[in-house]
Design a protein around this ligand. Structure first.
Ligand code: TXA
Ligand code: MG
Length: 343
């Protein structure tokens, strides 16, 4: 554990960052904060180091990683051609929670791209992440720093819970900001396509480059996703999660039904729903806005331990703006389980 103050000047010269960067240069794994979630970093140029990421996470090898860079121009190091629309997005949203898929020029480890002819690139908006990339001089391959299938980590403690003993260290820069992963947009073909909703909304993207398509798999359950990672079970809490789509009394009914059957029930609710129903463990989301809910969501899912609850319930949210990304993650965390009053 290296504790770093993200507000310090010349962070890249600090002893903590230097030590962490030396580990990266030696091919080891270091977890670090970004503005979205914590990442598990290794040099994207060393195949052995990248393979170690897949091992530590228990991640399927066909799921490629995002490569994090510290300067927009570095895109040119790993690609031969960047379409105009991609440059517009880069200039509008970097540093920030937008990952752009482009055709690569074969200079990076082949494990990073899982053998595809495209690479996912992103410049994170976090001083600790940028300092680590600068100090190591390496592009950082970094998936979210959780064991595969678990909710992504938004604090250093979450990373330790999943990966302690499996990695060289954790740069602790405090809680992340957005709380959900970056938006992934494929710009490798003529028409850009959003593969994963996230910190930057479709509307924000369309304001810059006009209409963009959504990968069909985001709205049609039957379609295989174009982003390999989107097909796996993800973000799963320790106890099964069921989403509830209905009015107050329907929500109350779902919970009492399960408690009467002898189950210990956990709920994730907003302040407005406090007192509506009785559960064994209650997590009240502190904020009201979609942004505040996004920030707390993974932490909330992680608080429920299987020793304390048998089932978790949460009401669905409007799938608009960042709510679309929240619902995308929740449906996956629930393994598709939704109880609807209307069906
Ligand atoms: O916010 C984030 O994006 C965080 C932080 C650490 O930067 N990272 C993250 O990485 O969420 P990960 O590995 O958990 O998710 C990367 C996603 C996966 O769904 C993966 O399949 C997709 O990006 N991806 C990566 N390279 C791709 C490619 N060449 N083509 C299509 N999808 C790709
Ligand atoms: Mg992940």
């Amino acid at each position: 554990h290296w504790v770093v103050d993200k507000h310090v000047d010349n962070l890249w010269k600090s002893p903590e960052i230097k030590e962490a960067a030396a580990k990266i240069a030696a091919g080891e794994l270091v977890a670090f904060p970004t503005e979205t979630v914590y990442g598990l970093g290794a040099s994207a140029r060393f195949d052995e180091a990248v393979k170690a990421i897949f091992q530590a996470k228990g991640r399927p090898a066909d799921n490629p990683l995002i490569v994090h860079i510290a300067k927009t121009e570095d895109v040119n190091n790993y690609t031969n051609f960047v379409p105009d629309k991609a440059w517009k997005l880069i200039h509008s949203f970097w540093p920030g929670p937008l990952t752009i898929i482009l055709r690569h020029n074969s200079t990076l480890s082949t494990s990073v791209t899982a053998g595809l002819d495209t690479v996912a690139l992103r410049m994170p908006d976090h001083p600790v992440a940028l300092a680590l990339i600068a100090a190591s001089g390496e592009p950082l391959a970094a998936p979210s720093a959780n064991r595969s299938g678990r909710p992504s980590p938004t604090t250093a403690a979450h990373v330790a819970e999943d990966l302690d003993g499996r990695i060289a260290g954790i740069l602790n820069g405090g809680a992340t900001g957005v709380g959900l992963e970056s938006t992934v947009i494929d710009c490798s073909a003529e028409e850009p396509v959003i593969l994963r909703p996230g910190g930057v909304t479709r509307r924000q993207i369309e304001e810059i480059i006009g209409p963009v398509a959504l990968d069909e798999a985001l709205t049609e359950e039957t379609t295989a996703p174009r982003s390999p990672g989107m097909k796996y079970q993800h973000y799963a809490p320790e106890a099964p999660l069921t989403l509830v789509d209905g009015d107050d009394s329907f929500f109350h009914m779902c919970i009492t039904e399960h408690r009467k059957a002898g189950e210990r029930v956990g709920v994730i609710i907003q302040a407005a729903d406090v007192g509506l129903t009785k559960a064994d463990v209650e997590y009240v989301l502190p904020g009201k806005t979609e942004e505040e809910i996004a920030r707390e969501l993974y932490g909330a899912l992680r608080t429920f331990k299987k020793t304390e609850v048998d089932h978790i319930f949460m009401r669905v949210l409007p799938a608009e703006n960042i709510g679309f990304a929240i619902m995308n993650r929740l449906v996956k965390a629930a393994g598709g389980r939704i109880r609807s009053q209307h069906s």
